[in-house]
Structure formats: C-alpha cells, structure tokens
Write a protein that binds this ligand. Structure first.
Ligand code: NAP
Length: 314
C-alpha cells in the first residue's frame, strides 16, 4: 500500500527492488488493493512479478482487496459489494496484475447495502471458474465472519493487530479459530508508529493517512511514542530493535497469524526480516506486556468517518 499511496512519496525503482528482494528472501505473500493508488499498486506488483525469477513468481501468492469507490481527486465515497461489481473489479485486477488468477480475494470493507452472503457468493463463483483461489475477509466482526463462512470456505481474515491494536483478542480471534480461518495481521508496526523510527517532529506529506489518524495527533502521538520508548528498552536489552520486537510479538501469537509488513525499501525489509530470528521467551513476552499493556494506545485506529465502515468495531 505504502508503495502507491497513503504513506507519502515512494520511489518506484526502490519499490520494485524491495519486492524482488522480498521474493528472493522467501517472502511468498504480496498483499494489495485495487484502490491503492487506483490501480497503481497492482500494476507495480504485476511488473515486479514479470521481472522476478520464474521460481519466485511461481511461489508468490497475491492477495487483493476490492470494493472501494474512488473519485478523480482520490476521495473515497463508499464500497460496492454487489455481485456484478465483484466480477467487474476482478476482471480489471486480473488484467492489471497480468496473472491467470488471484490467490486470495476479499472486499476491503463490507458494503452495508449488500448482504455479505451475496458478495462472498460472487467470489465463490469466481473460485469455481478458476479466476480466484481462496476467499478472504477484511475488518469484519464475528457475526459477519459466521455468515460469510456459511456460504463458502474462508481462508483468512485480514485485520489490524499489533501491540497497540489488540481489539481482535476478545471475540474475533476466538471466532476465526473456532471456524479454522487464518488471520493476516496488518498494522503490525502501527503504520510506522511502532517501528522505532517515527519521531515527534516528523513532517507528513499532504494526503498521508497518518496526518488524519487519531493516534498520530498531538497528545496521543506523544503518549504513544512514550509507549514505544518503553518497548525500545525491552528490545535493546535483548539485542534487537523496536520493529523486530513488534513483529516478533505478532509472530508469537500463533501459527495461524501471518504478519503483513509494509516495508517500502530494502533497508526496512531487511530490518523486518530480522524478526524471524527473534525468539521471545515467556519472560520477554511478560516484559513486552508490561511495556505496552493491552489497551494502552491513545486514540482510535482510524478517524471517526472511517471507523464507521469497520464491521469489526460494531
Ligand atoms: N485490510 C485493511 O484494511 C488494510 C489496511 C491497511 C493496510 N493493509 C495492508 O497491510 C499492509 C501493511 O501496511 P501497514 O499499514 O500494516 O504497515 P506497517 O508495517 O504497520 O507500517 C509500515 C510503515 O512503517 C514504517 N517502517 C519503519 N520501519 C519499518 C520496518 N523495519 N519495516 C517496515 N516498515 C517500517 C514504514 O515507513 P517508512 O517507509 O516511511 O520508513 C512504512 O511506511 C499494506 O501494504 C496493506 O496491504 C490492509
């Protein structure tokens, strides 16, 4: 996402080099949305896969979100989950990606005007036709998860989960575990806030999501960065970095949880991959929990208008 939108300027050459480096390092899952830069991100991934080694290209799984409605100016005006729209979005995505199929396909946010059964049913038809391999969900709560799973097998739920966003632990995680659905966790670094590299005086480009995100505003930002400093002490005492500790903590939550990491450069990717070497003991996990207890974050994870679209928060 950050290679095409929402986190400020990205360098195209470095983005391609980062995707290639990730694939060569054994990363297999590339996550995108058709609305990330309005097609830009799918075209970028398509180009990166075409120029990757054949082995890397064959190992790669591409997970695509759809449904967001955009304006010419870049605004978001809602979501469309009608079966005709699902088929239309998928046709354009396949063309932009230059792939025969999409590995995991999901609506980014539930369309309140269309029952989830109809949206998932349309994806299930794409699975039957061979255009999609697996059905996913994004930012939905227990009831919607159960309704979706009654229509067709669901592979995974993509949802925010990190030391600063632990909302899924009470009801959503038990539900997906009961139903045998995996979790693709995003915001593992809380969009950079929990990376150890974000500073109080960082200036953000116009259009950067973080310029509107409650957790990055004024007193909230200061309190959240204080939490990050507490994590830094724990991480450095164990010879690792804040970002690695934050990713390793998500990895420690269970085999069924796959962390997405929004690295945009090879340097950030290399730091993130180092998390695979971090083994957190029970004592380490307790120290991390003391540094950032559940519910410690200041501010909601999205601005109010976007919170309203989160079925997972209702
Ligand atoms: N389903 C959904 O609703 C949803 C929502 C948002 C995102 N996502 C998915 O999740 C993916 C990851 O995005 P995210 O928001 O979760 O990203 P994230 O990993 O929480 O944060 C990424 C940001 O952290 C900074 N960073 C600092 N150190 C880093 C390091 N070592 N490795 C990686 N990043 C580092 C980077 O900023 P600098 O480059 O400036 O250093 C980068 O822009 C997206 O690409 C998207 O596919 C899904």
């Amino acid at each position: 996402m950050g290679m095409s939108a929402l986190y400020g300027e990205a360098d195209r050459g470095e983005s391609l080099a980062t995707i290639h480096a990730a694939l060569e390092a054994g990363v297999t899952l590339l996550d995108t949305g058709d609305f990330y830069g309005m097609g830009h991100n799918e075209l970028l991934i398509g180009e990166a896969l075409r120029s990757a080694s054949e082995a890397a290209r064959e190992r790669a799984l591409v997970s695509v979100k759809f449904g967001a409605l955009r304006t010419v100016e870049g605004g978001f005006t809602g979501y469309d989950g009608r079966p005709d729209a699902v088929r239309n979005f998928a046709a354009y995505s396949l063309q932009r990606l230059g792939r025969e199929h999409i590995d995991v396909y999901r609506i980014a946010r539930v369309d309140p005007a269309v029952p989830i059964e109809e949206t998932v049913g349309a994806i299930a038809e794409l699975v039957q036709a061979g255009h999609v391999r697996h059905i996913g969900l994004s930012e939905v709560g227990p009831e919607t998860i159960r309704r979706a799973a009654s229509v067709a097998p669901i592979a995974d739920l993509q949802i925010e989960y990190s030391l600063l966003s632990r909302g899924i632990e009470s009801a959503i995680l038990p539900t997906v575990r009961e139903l045998g659905i995996g979790v693709t966790a995003y915001g593992v670094l809380s969009r950079g806030l929990l990376s150890g590299h974000f500073t109080r005086d960082r200036r953000l480009d116009a259009g950067d999501f973080r310029g509107m995100s409650p957790r990055f505003q004024g007193g909230n930002l200061h309190r959240n960065l204080d939490l990050v400093e507490r994590l830094r002490q724990v991480a450095e005492a164990r010879g690792t970095s804040v970002a690695r500790a934050a990713i390793a903590w998500v990895l420690s939550r269970g085999e069924d949880i796959v962390p997405l990491v929004g690295a945009r450069t090879r340097a950030r990717l290399s730091e993130a991959l180092g998390a695979l070497e971090v083994r957190l003991t029970a004592d380490d996990l307790a120290a991390i929990e003391r540094a950032i207890p559940a519910g410690a974050a200041s501010g909601e994870r999205y601005p109010a208008a976007q919170m309203a679209h989160l079925d997972s928060e209702h």
